[in-house]
Design a protein around this ligand. Structure first.
Ligand SMILES: [Mn+2]
Length: 325
């Protein structure tokens, strides 16, 4: 079954059929969609006899370390890529999201496979389609267009990608066909209980301590229609939790009745802050994020902002207040 038959993959297939050495890269602060897509495509290209490597600018997050071959992902901002002819970016909504400098891509054919509507088509070959619920679902289609079988390794990786990017099959883009695709992944060896254990049911106790502190920062505005929460460096130091483990905290804000926009702020590098947005009830948070130089999906987006935490709140309020006026 091809999930979206109207999507053409010919340019990608042609490039990969003549590729000799391929590098697959994920976005910075990788999530399970980018890592799962990377691993499944790695598996398919290996089975085609292509020499393929994976390298990311950030390390593999805890919830993805159970995925087969995840230990083979190289980590670093300047790996030796002198012999690489083709690079594939998966789930990266902008070239800057890859975290490598421009020299990394020089002289290579870059392929951009992504489902963020705000993607500016930054590569030589772009397959960008926001109708896909996850980049993992795109790789599901691509593997078939490459004439490859769905192996257990790729099914396990794609299941993790789709499970997490659909918030456990809760978002609008989850169609009957998405469930049919998931049925095929399970038949090929994906195990939902194993995935749930690693992704949702094995968090460190310290993460719950940090969540407790984070929920104490929760405030509301706009008559309860916006919810705000943050993590600061002090809270991370106190609990010893890695920044990546704040993934999912924003969902507690979204779960509140009557909320339309959730804003979650956490530290980023170089005195910057990473801001995530979640939307509900028709609120387009991608448009909000775009006003601050970011992007994303209608109901899940993000941007980076500089300043003190107070200044960041003020900058964000200026934009968010506007949408409620
Ligand atoms: Mn994604």
């Amino acid at each position: 079954m091809i999930l979206l038959p109207q999507q053409t993959w010919q340019a990608v297939v042609t490039q990969l059929q003549s590729a000799k050495k391929v590098m697959i890269v994920s976005h910075q602060s990788p999530d399970a969609d980018t890592i799962g897509s990377q691993l499944a495509l790695f598996d398919a290209l290996q089975n085609m006899g292509i020499a393929v490597r994976m390298c990311n600018s950030d390390h593999v997050p805890r919830i993805c370390r159970y995925l087969p071959c995840s230990a083979q992902i190289e980590v670093g901002k300047s790996p030796d890529v002198s012999d690489i002819d083709t690079m594939i970016a998966v789930d990266a909504g902008a070239k800057s999201r890859l975290g490598f400098d421009a020299a990394f891509f020089e002289g290579k054919t870059l392929i951009n496979i992504d489902h963020h509507a705000s993607n500016p088509l930054y590569a030589d070959i772009n397959v960008v389609n926001a109708d896909y619920c996850a980049t993992g679902a795109m790789i599901f289609d691509l593997i078939q267009h490459l004439g490859q079988a769905l192996t257990k390794n790729s099914a396990v990786a794609l299941y993790a990608a789709i499970l997490t990017d659909t918030a456990s099959f809760q978002v609008e883009r989850v169609s009957a066909d998405v469930h049919r695709m998931v049925a095929i992944l399970i038949e090929a060896g994906a195990e939902p209980a194993v995935a749930a254990h690693h992704i949702y049911d094995s968090q460190p106790l310290a993460r719950v301590s940090l969540l407790t502190l984070t929920l104490q920062t929760l405030t509301t505005a706009h008559a309860g229609r916006s919810v705000w929460l943050h993590v600061n460096q002090d809270m991370l130091d106190k609990t010893g939790v890695a920044l990546e483990d704040t993934e999912g905290f924003i969902d507690f804000g979204r779960s509140i009745d009557g909320v339309e926009v959730v804003i979650f702020i956490r530290p980023d590098q170089d005195k910057r802050w990473k801001v995530s947005f979640r939307g509900k009830h028709g609120r387009d948070v991608a448009a909000l994020a775009a006003q601050l130089g970011g992007g994303g999906h209608r109901y899940a987006a993000g941007c980076a902002v500089s300043g003190t935490l107070e200044e960041v709140y003020a900058q964000l309020h200026a934009v968010v207040d506007d949408t409620f006026s």
